[in-house]
Design a protein around this ligand. Structure first.
Ligand code: FES
Ligand SMILES: [Fe+2]
Length: 373
């Protein structure tokens, strides 16, 4: 098994410069053992989005998610402090909170009714009085490392993690995002998309420097200045940006994609922030199997209250929907091709695909480090 994984990882040379590099080999997208390795390394050791701050403003508000297959819950305590826990009951491991979000006075497990305070301490244990040597104080919910940035909450499952969230994001990225004043935008709607492909097919597609836009997304293409599309790699992120053109814009897209530029930030491994003037959406790419991926889109706008603004916001979300529908089909097609004996790896465009090159090298570093232990 390990030899098999070493062989797969050895199929990629991260030292080659972009003009000589190839993509990661197709087995990285199709092999089940490699997929498991990614879950145990890439997803279990990186900072992962676990919720939005707007979901947990008040004491008792909570949000649940699963990170690398493990259930987590973020909850604001009565003391106003936000805490992250494994959402795993200390009795027999059921998920304590089962809704995606909500507000509760205490955290009660639905299985046998054990209850925990909002601060995670074990409080109620029905029919447990005769149990010997049971230390209630050490049976609170297990804590989880958590950090906030802009509109979001991130968690990290790795007890030996190497960096803080801001250390990982780097000062460079934090300073680039700050002037956008993202916290002035309000969450409007969430949509879930399923892709019949490995999670990296979606990320590669996102990071191709606009290469596919003129061919696949005619509406979007009409508002972007393709020849001036720029790609700037950071340490763990890639910014792709494009001036926006209004002349000749396709009507539906032009009406909701304004301002002078579009910014597309990808943060390793699976989070994206897409920003236009007054419009933002984020994408969280969640692996659901070696060839299944869920992408969670959150849409944000400056005004989510007035009828007039809500109408416009809906129109903007619909444009996003059309672009995703166009990507769903191509991602499925790529996954099928990756399974073909005729394909192993492909070359990268120097003009367009520097972001993918960064992604593949970061991934290589993570899985090789993970395999060595
Ligand atoms: S598993 Fe939670 S109370 Fe039994
Ligand atoms: Fe696309």
């Amino acid at each position: 098994m390990t030899a098999h994984l070493y062989e797969i990882i050895g199929g990629y040379d991260p030292k080659l410069p972009l003009d000589r590099a190839s993509t990661i080999p197709s087995s990285w997208y199709t092999d089940k053992d490699f997929y498991e390795l990614e879950i145990q390394t890439v997803f279990s050791r990186s900072w992962q989005l676990a919720g939005r701050l707007d979901q947990v403003r008040q004491p008792g508000q909570y949000v649940t998610s699963d990170i690398a297959g493990e259930p987590v819950v973020i909850v604001r305590g009565n003391d106003g402090v936000l805490r992250g826990f494994f959402n795993v009951c200390r009795h027999h491991a059921a998920a304590v909170m089962t809704e995606p979000e909500g507000k509760a006075a205490q955290l009660r497990c639905p299985y046998h009714g054990w209850t925990y305070s909002l601060e995670g301490e074990l409080k109620g244990t029905p029919d447990f009085s005769e149990v010997c040597n049971f230390d209630r104080a050490s049976n609170g919910l297990a804590r989880l490392e958590m950090a906030e940035w802009e509109n979001w909450i991130f968690v990290n499952l790795d007890p030996d993690r190497r960096t803080s969230l801001t250390g990982f994001l780097t000062d460079d990225l934090v300073q680039q995002i700050k002037p956008l004043e993202l916290t002035r935008l309000h969450w409007f709607e969430r949509r879930h998309y399923s892709f019949d492909c490995n999670w990296k097919v979606f990320v590669d597609n996102y990071l191709d420097g606009g290469y596919h836009v003129p061919y696949l997304h005619k509406g979007l293409d009409s508002v972007l200045d393709y020849s001036n599309y720029m790609i700037e790699n950071g340490q763990h992120h890639c910014l792709q940006w494009s001036p926006i053109v209004t002349e000749g814009a396709e009507a539906q897209t032009g009406a909701v994609r304004k301002g002078d530029r579009a910014l597309y930030y990808w943060i390793y491994p699976n989070f994206m922030i897409n920003w236009y003037d007054g419009v933002m959406d984020t994408n969280l790419v969640v692996p659901r199997g070696v060839d299944q991926t869920e992408v969670i889109f959150d849409f944000y706008f400056p005004d989510v209250v007035s009828d007039e603004a809500r109408r416009k916001n809906h129109a903007s979300v619909e444009v996003g929907q059309r672009i995703q529908d166009e990507d769903v089909a191509i991602c499925k097609s790529v996954q099928r091709g990756l399974n073909s004996r005729a394909y192993n790896a492909g070359r990268l465009s120097v003009r367009r695909e520097a972001g993918e090159h960064l992604f593949h090298r970061l991934l290589h570093a993570d899985v090789s480090h993970g395999l060595r232990g």
